[in-house]
Design a binder for this molecule. Structure first.
Ligand code: UDP
Length: 234
């Protein structure tokens, strides 16, 4: 059966409502909150600071370390606190999505810690976390060649869609979820995962949809950063 209408009335290439804010955690060197629909991520950046234990240090450059966590109350069914296989995987892909943009050559033996906390989840949390983390890194003044924007695209029933919510991910007749992260200036893709099945030509089309959405996201991220720093340095 054809997937004719999205439950929330969005067009197939339309993202949910987005809110972005920078500087939400005073104690952190940089922080941000990113909300897309009912998914909310908070990111806090600490560092550069000395990396311990010492054997992990790299005298050539600093290390980016990302931690992803979904809070127990972020979904209806309480999530068991503490690390899981899923949270470790998402921490790792977050790190890989952000690594191509940060330059830590100036910070030998140091670490930049990024903590992503999902306070409310309705699918697309890794992408929301990456968007928040990129903004938090910029807020912390970490040298970066670009921001990173991320969104999940995919297929629900027979339709290609942007930004699947949980009801779409769980669509009875089948759904495919493809989270994508992009460095908008260079068009570099730093995250591409695929959970489900799509034909090659659908993947190409979905990627185009992701790129377009990421350009929109990028504008919102930049606007949030500008909002905090507007008027400073004059
Ligand atoms: N989810 C959940 N409990 C869990 C893990 C995930 O309810 O322990 C939900 C949550 O809404 C999440 C969605 O399933 O956003 C999809 O999770 P997935 O692992 O596909 O990652 P995401 O799409 O959040 O990046």
């Amino acid at each position: 059966m054809s997937y004719t209408k999205r439950k929330d009335g969005r067009k197939f290439d339309e993202m949910r409502k987005i809110k972005a804010e920078v500087g939400v955690i005073k104690n952190a060197n940089g922080s941000a909150k990113f909300q897309i629909g009912d998914t909310i991520a908070i990111a806090a950046v600490y560092g550069p600071r000395n990396l311990y234990p010492k054997f992990l240090q790299n005298p050539e450059e600093g290390k980016l370390r990302c931690n992803y966590n979904m809070l127990s109350f972020s979904v209806d069914e309480r999530i068991r606190p503490g690390p899981s296989r899923r949270s470790k995987e998402i921490g790792l892909v977050t790190e890989r999505a952000l690594s191509p943009t940060v330059n830590l050559k100036e910070f030998p033996n140091a670490v930049v810690d990024v903590f992503v906390e999902i306070i409310q989840a309705d699918a697309g949390t890794r992408c929301a976390g990456i968007c928040a983390a990129a903004m938090a890194l910029a807020d912390a003044g970490i040298p970066m060649k670009d921001l990173v924007s991320a969104v999940s695209v995919g297929k629900v029933g027979d339709k290609l869609v942007v930004d699947l919510d949980k009801s779409e991910e769980d669509y009875e007749e089948g759904a495919t979820d493809m989270p994508v992260a992009i460095l908008p200036r260079s068009d570099e893709i730093s995250l591409l995962q695929l959970d489900g099945e799509m034909e090659a030509k659908e993947i190409i089309k979905a990627l185009e949809m992701a790129k377009k959405a990421c350009l929109e996201l990028n504008k919102i991220q930049k606007e949030a950063i500008r909002k905090k720093y507007k008027g400073e340095g004059k």
